[in-house]
Design a protein around this ligand. Structure first.
Ligand SMILES: [Zn+2]
Length: 387
């Protein structure tokens, strides 16, 4: 015999943390290495009502086996483990309490928010979601104003301060339909686990709201999550204060100034790079040989392209080979420009000498190379062509 869903030990007493019970069945999961265990009763809550299933352990004699998932299947509460239990095994079932308590705080907070939203503004809750870090509740209206949200949050926290009792009722002794009641505020059928009174929620903080699919989604945290969220935000603020060397109130203004300065520096850099490319092109044009070659360790491909473009503007007709990158690692970029016929015939061979690959059109070839150390071989090759 197994206990019916709705009347599981965790649903009769949500603050129960462990339970001695008997394994009724254990079967191999259809996929993967795990087993699906059904016990006479469960202190681990299977997912439902928007609340995720519990994690926990099953202890058999002196060995403890983790429960990696709890869910419902065929009207039974199923525990997933890696150990093969036998029917009749006496086990001690323990719930991962901090995780479950957090779920209870978020779930009861959702009931409370939905109830007050209905009472104050006639809003219906369309759905809700209990996330690993933040939760949201969705209302069937897009007309929720910031001041209404403020009023809602205030009323929610007033009810918490009043520590109103939360209780679970069944229609009769055999019914599995649970009604979760928040004293004087709400009656709601729900299979989830809840706090005993609203004081156990400590606080609810709305984070922000967004309009989606004709609804308003309000993001919130409740209970210990309020403190965690505050601590994380404060730590980020402390780091920013140190980095920006200004008070938190001035962070945005400081960032705006830095972004503006960055944007004008980028514009200035663009102009300077073009000017430098033109000067280098002029220098290269003045070489006495029939070709020009230049290696710049710190240049990127766009800068090499700018030098080649400036060089072409000078219409010298001479072959130009530009490379950039670290000679030690050998990796870098190459740009070859010159008369179209020369580039078509020779560029690939030159790039091969540098163990590279590339392509191009109309007298301009570019690519990536792996052996910049072979630049001497390129010079020797260009000399041999007697340009
Ligand atoms: Zn619920």
């Amino acid at each position: 015999m197994t206990t019916t869903l709705g009347r599981l030990a965790c649903q009769r007493n949500s603050f129960l943390k462990e339970l001695s019970t008997t394994v009724v069945s254990c079967v191999r999961a259809a996929k993967g290495p795990s087993y699906h265990v059904v016990c006479q009763d469960s202190v681990l809550f299977p997912e439902g009502g928007g609340q995720p299933g519990d994690l926990g352990t099953l202890k058999l004699q002196d060995k403890v086996f983790p429960v990696t998932k709890t869910f419902t299947a065929n009207e039974k509460c199923v525990l997933e483990t890696l150990h093969e239990f036998k029917a009749g095994d006496q086990v001690l079932m323990t719930v991962d309490w901090p995780r479950r308590h957090d779920h209870m705080q978020q779930h009861s907070a959702q009931h409370l928010i939905s109830a007050i939203a209905e009472n104050l503004f006639k809003l219906d809750t369309t759905t809700w979601s209990l996330g690993a870090a933040r939760c949201n509740v969705e209302f069937n209206s897009t007309a929720l104003t910031p001041s209404q949200l403020e009023e809602l949050e205030f009323a929610v926290n007033e009810a918490i301060a009043a520590a109103r009792p939360v209780s679970v009722h069944y229609k009769d002794d055999t019914s599995s339909v649970r009604i979760v009641v928040i004293d004087q505020l709400d009656k709601n059928p729900c299979c989830g686990t809840h706090v005993e009174h609203l004081g156990q929620l400590q606080a609810v903080k709305f984070l922000y709201s967004e309009v989606a699919r004709g609804c308003t989604r309000v993001w919130f945290v409740a209970g210990n999550r309020v403190f965690k969220e505050f601590s994380a935000m404060f730590e980020r603020e402390r780091i920013m204060t140190k980095l920006w060397s200004c008070r938190p109130e001035e962070h945005a203004e400081r960032l705006q100034k830095v972004l503006q300065a960055q944007s004008s520096a980028a514009k200035e850099q663009k102009v300077l790079r073009l000017e430098l490319a033109a000067l280098l092109a002029k220098q290269l044009q003045q070489t006495s040989s029939g070709y020009a070659i230049l290696h710049r360790e710190d240049a990127d491909l766009p800068f090499l392209q700018s030098i080649a473009a400036a060089y072409n503007d000078l219409r010298s007709g001479k072959v130009l080979v530009l490379t950039s990158g670290d000679k030690k690692s050998g990796e870098g970029a190459v740009v070859i420009s010159g008369p179209e016929a020369f580039v078509n015939e020779n560029a690939k061979q030159i790039v091969n000498l540098l163990d590279g690959k590339g392509g191009g059109l109309k007298g301009l070839f570019q690519g990536k190379v792996n052996k910049l150390g072979n630049l001497d071989a390129v010079v020797a090759h260009l000399d041999s062509l007697k340009l």
